[in-house]
Design a protein around this ligand. Structure first.
Ligand SMILES: [Zn+2]
Ligand SMILES: [Zn+2]
Length: 350
């Protein structure tokens, strides 16, 4: 009955709210969608911000049955039965609606849940709409001193990157040089997280085809390599660890070739293949090639601490903010190759 008779002192929840619909071919329109009521264990968030991700390109070009957006931050507007999080709590949404009971989840690998209920923004409505329904278990509260636009940095930018670095460290604890293929949002996230967690003195080389991105990466202390120049790629000094954020085979091959002995390649961008000569590439130099998928929910508290300690540096990853009404313009800027992270906000973003 909340649609018609709110409890005393509480604002009425609207019956419907606006959400963008992705039709494909870059066409986005707005429509009114019913505002869901949170069931047991669920929270209804009023979304404040959602960061645009390279992965959204698929839904932007092909269309989507659900509202996209998987890097959301918002405020709990209504809490379902059996939840402990209070209305008004601010926080971010973890992509995987993990089960919490399977072997992966029990061991802490919530990013690899064997029985997940949904991928937010892909199989269930995500964060570009006014409201998002989540389970309490994949909502991570943030304190009031962290803005919600800034809080989206806890997700792909810090989370995915921090996890990839942790994966590399499993094999290579003594990292003294890094190469990153791709200076888009994930590459920039890797750069920032390398500077924060490995120390500013560890040299980080980064490549891209976009001169704008390379110049922006240099402002974070990276050395840059023009990925359009095969000679420059081939003559890079050896790196202890290489990250591929591009998903492109030539970039992956160049990253593998850039490794020295005991080198580790971490593939953090989905996409194309990688060709390996097992003896030459892996056995003789004892190199490793690892995959890295998003991050585990338990990594969020540490990253929140890092965000609060390094907020000026991390906030600089955000180059543009657009109100959701201008989401099409936000995507155009994001896809131009002349941006860092682009954030789509609702109601002023806080
Ligand atoms: Zn993403
Ligand atoms: Zn699970």
């Amino acid at each position: 009955m909340r649609h018609s008779a709110p409890a005393e002192g509480k604002p009425a929840m609207p019956a419907t709210a606006t959400a963008p619909r992705f039709h494909g071919g870059g066409k986005i329109t707005f429509e009114n969608r019913p505002v869901p009521e949170p069931g047991p264990g669920q929270l209804l968030l009023r979304v404040a911000a959602n960061a645009i991700c390279g992965t959204d390109r698929g839904q932007y070009l092909d269309g989507s049955a659900v509202t996209p957006g998987h890097e959301a931050a918002g405020v709990v507007a209504a809490a379902g039965a059996g939840t402990a999080v209070l209305e008004g709590t601010r926080g971010v949404v973890f992509l995987m609606d993990y089960c919490g009971r399977c072997r992966s989840c029990r061991a802490g690998f919530t990013n690899l849940c064997l029985d997940k209920r949904a991928d937010m923004g892909f199989t269930q409505d995500g964060g570009y709409g006014s409201y998002e329904l989540v389970h309490e278990s994949n909502f991570f509260p943030v304190p009031d001193d962290v803005g919600l636009t800034e809080a989206t940095m806890l997700l792909d930018v810090m989370g995915t990157s921090g996890h990839a670095i942790a994966r590399a460290r499993l094999v290579r604890p003594d990292i003294e040089s890094v190469y990153i293929a791709g200076a888009g949002p994930i590459g920039l996230g890797l750069l920032v997280m390398c500077k924060i967690t490995l120390g500013a003195a560890v040299p980080v080389r980064i490549s891209d085809v976009s001169p704008w991105r390379l110049e922006y990466a240099r402002s974070f202390g990276a050395e840059s390599v023009d990925a359009r120049d095969p000679d420059a790629l081939a003559s890079m000094p050896e790196a202890d660890v290489a990250f591929d954020s591009t998903g492109k085979q030539p970039a992956r091959q160049a990253a593998l070739s850039a490794l020295g002995r005991r080198g580790v390649l971490v593939c953090a961008g989905h996409g194309e293949t990688l060709q390996l000569s097992v003896s030459e590439d892996l056995i003789a130099p004892e190199r490793a090639v690892l995959g890295s998928e998003y991050f585990a929910f338990d990594e969020l508290p540490r990253n929140l601490g890092l965000l609060r300690d390094n907020r000026d540096l991390i906030s600089r990853v955000i180059t543009h903010t657009f109100d959701v009404r201008d989401i099409a313009e936000g995507f155009a800027v994001f896809l131009s190759g002349k941006s860092g992270k682009v954030i789509v906000t609702q109601g002023g973003g806080q």
